[in-house]
Write a protein of this length. Sequence first.
Length: 398
Amino acid sequence: MNERILISGASIAGLTLAHWLARHGFQPTVVERAPAPRTGGNGVDVRDLAVDVVDRMGIWPAVQAAAADVHGMKFVDARDRVTARVDTRTAGAIEIMRGDLVALLLENTDVEYLFGDSVRGLEQDENGVSVTFENAAPRRFELVVGADGLHSNVRSLAFGPEERFLRFKDHYFAFADADSALGENRRVTMHNTPGRMTGVYRSGNHAQAKAYFMFRSAPLAYDRRDTAQHKRLLRDAFGGDTFWRVPELLAGALDDPEFYFDALSQVHMPTWSTGRVALVGDAAWCASPASGAGAELALVGAYHLAREIVAHREDHATAFARYHAAHNPLVRKKQQIGPNVRLMVPKTAGGRRVRDTLARLPLMRAMAAAEQLAQSARRRALPDMDAGSAAPHIPHTR
Ligand SMILES: Cc1cc2nc3c(=O)[nH]c(=O)nc-3n(C[C@H](O)[C@H](O)[C@H](O)COP(=O)(O)OP(=O)(O)OC[C@H]3O[C@@H](n4cnc5c(N)ncnc54)[C@H](O)[C@@H]3O)c2cc1C
């Protein structure tokens, strides 16, 4: 029986998986490198099948109550005049601050946690995996799951160096706290110059605003853990911009100790498992923040993985193969980020004018709404977990 399961990463994917496994009689242990839950980040979307997942976990009403209440995006010129607006609200979908979603998942996931620790080594044999940690004593588990994000440690240990799986998507991005006076309430306000975007995110239920930066670039050489170096790269990219609110947003970001910087990258892997080790969430398929689907994929993917482990308690190979088959089509679709990147960061001034014109056309909005409706109609229902042991299903009120 594959009962003791180590999950690396206490974020959206790892906590969702831990919740469902615990609910079905497994003993998950979650190891998280940070000393406490990481609550940073901007708004993330919970939509389509992901709504069903949080609903079945019993937290949909709480997710709705914590909704970021953002109505859409607006694009502005150097003098803050609006050049286009896009309404991003979708019936039945919720945008929520990443930290609020992580807090709700944690509250609802009563398992063993090892905060401030990380897996150092993994050794698999026929019956299990021997795991060594940076701090805790060595332990034995039947399965190990890496839910530790884009730069997954478990992926490096079990599958090889990340260079094999990461695809750089020609941009870098940064998130940081911002002065809320700099953005319009309930909007993401964005300013573009060719190949660059600066934005402010203001949710309707948070006093704090978030700054976004994205810039097109050839690959840059830097140390992924050196925040001072990341800040220098951002200053190099935007320090010369004296227009709109860029100087204030940049000054705020450079002051923020929670400053988050990374390459816009995706993870592409032929398989998400090797023996008794599997991956879930960004570790397995990161579609990048430009997809707007990181949370949705993490919630739905973790549910599929849990469901297959529950259904094939003694046969992890079948469970992992079925999980990949069930979730990979959605991943492949959400990894198509080209149109989103062109919307957020047009390469040229001409591209920006085309974007603004298209965003203003009522026909385009009608087509986007129709596509959303068609997508909802096309989506397949979320399969049930082993009905015998599942907690009662509470229907949601969409
Ligand atoms: C602090 C933070 C802020 C983010 N902000 C945004 C945002 O604003 N917008 C957006 O679209 N996406 C953001 N993301 C990414 C977003 O959360 C993911 O795309 C998506 O939700 C999938 O989640 P995940 O659980 O797979 O991975 P992540 O949310 O990336 O979580 C991975 C977890 O693994 C932990 N971890 C990493 N290495 C180790 C290790 N060696 N051992 C143990 N644990 C480890 C991390 O601390 C983290 O808690 C953010 C992620 C983080 C960690």
